[in-house]
Design a protein around this ligand. Structure first.
Ligand code: PMP
Length: 393
């Protein structure tokens, strides 16, 4: 494989060279003054990108998004409690599986079909049955490219369900999709480093609201396994923010330095502009693939995520064949976690730009053409180009 290629999978994504360079510089001591300052700055900048104030706690752990899923939930449950999981796909289902290992009653609301989502009214009706200590929602399910509505859900939970914590899986949305944690009433939010945050895989990041902190006092992290015990981690994060050395388990020093760099780039771009860029690029890309006769899995534009698109392949083409043709053209896209569904996924998040979208669109057209699908070469490109140009890209 060529050393230079375009990684367009839904995480890990393309990374800025300046972020990657942080991984190759001499590792600092995790208790050094220099690193403590970097850690402090990183924790503070993480608050800015999800629009919360210093009353919210931010935690960075070495691990992947799944560690964040487990840490974000198991710290907040007590034996016998009821939790509600909303699932629009594979990662919602993962939350069901995960919570089923713990001594809670797991109720589930599932989208009727892949590409669809559970509507907010339906979730609120279920919550009205009362007694849920947690509700978990996946903001963007990476398996389907479907985005969940969060704004009114969060506001309603805050107004009418004081006993319930709203937990949001933001692994495929934070720093790519509009997300205002405080305004929208989200209590626990988590993500991984490798997607729209633009940092190689290996960090699990959590944000906790004051209400979540209150609940933590009550549960005392009783069901969180040792490494995931947030009561321990919060002390470490607080120490870093007071510029004091602290230790529970060794932080991923260079990855945190890379995150620090990436957050600076993100804040330099500005969150509104960043959300806008993701929106325009994804809209142009979806229009392009639709114009050559492919079906996007998300049922409508309102459901469609700005960070990832799932696309059905013509029935007579095998996913692996298609992925190989794409790779031959130096563009890496992904299959999906549903072996019975003939589809592929394209990630367009983080530092992605209009050129990347056009290169991907062009490679899709040429790959399909090579595989014998009668398409008009350039049609998808032209559609994508028009939208990009009209939107000022
Ligand atoms: N949630 C979502 C929405 C995801 O997309 C992913 C990863 N694709 C995860 C959770 C799990 O993250 P990881 O693979 O980093 O453990």
């Amino acid at each position: 494989m060529n050393e230079r290629f375009l990684l367009m999978i839904p995480g890990p994504t393309i990374f800025e060279p300046s972020v990657l360079r942080e991984l190759s510089i001499t590792t600092l001591s995790h208790t050094s003054k220099e690193f403590i300052q970097i850690f402090d700055e990183t924790l503070k900048n993480l608050r800015k990108i999800v629009f919360v104030d210093e009353n919210y706690k931010t935690i960075i752990l070495a691990g992947s998004g799944t560690l964040a899923m487990e840490t974000s939930t198991t710290n907040f449950i007590k034996s016998g409690e009821k939790v509600l999981v909303v699932s629009n796909g594979y990662f919602g289902d993962r939350m069901i599986e995960l919570l089923s290992k713990y001594p809670v009653k797991v109720d589930v609301l599932k989208a009727e079909e892949l590409g669809s989502r559970v509507e907010t009214e339906k979730i609120l009706e279920k919550l009205d049955e009362g007694g849920y200590s947690l509700i978990t929602v996946t903001h963007v399910d990476t398996s389907t490219g479907v985005k969940q509505e969060l704004k009114s859900l969060g506001k309603e939970v805050r107004k009418h369900h004081d006993e319930t914590l709203l937990v949001v899986d933001g692994v495929c949305s934070v720093a790519g999709e509009e997300l205002y944690m405080k305004d929208w009433g989200i209590d626990i939010l988590f993500t991984g480093s490798q997607k729209a945050l633009g940092v190689p895989p290996g960090l699990a990041i959590l944000w906790l609201s004051p209400k979540a902190m209150e609940k933590l006092k009550e549960t005392k992290s009783a069901y969180a396994p040792y490494y995931m015990d947030l009561n321990r981690w919060i002390k470490v994060m607080e120490a870093y923010e007071e510029l004091k050395p602290s230790y529970f388990a060794t932080p991923a020093v260079n990855l945190i330095m890379a995150l620090n760099k990436s957050l600076k780039l993100i804040l330099e771009e500005g969150m509104e502009r960043r959300f806008g860029r993701h929106k325009i690029l994804s809209k142009a890309f979806r229009a392009g693939v639709k114009s050559i006769g492919l079906n996007v899995m998300a049922k409508n534009e309102d459901y469609a995520a700005s960070t990832v698109t799932a696309i059905h392949l013509p029935q007579n083409i095998e996913v692996q064949q298609f992925l190989a043709e794409m790779q031959r053209r130096n563009v890496i896209v992904a299959g999906g976690p549903y072996p019975n569904i003939n589809y592929f996924r394209v990630g367009h998040m983080g530092p992605v730009n209009a050129n990347d979208i056009l290169a991907t669109m062009g490679a899709i057209e040429r790959s399909l053409h090579k595989l014998g699908i009668p398409i008009e070469l350039g049609k998808g490109l032209s559609e994508t180009q028009n939208i990009l140009a009209n939107e000022g890209k």
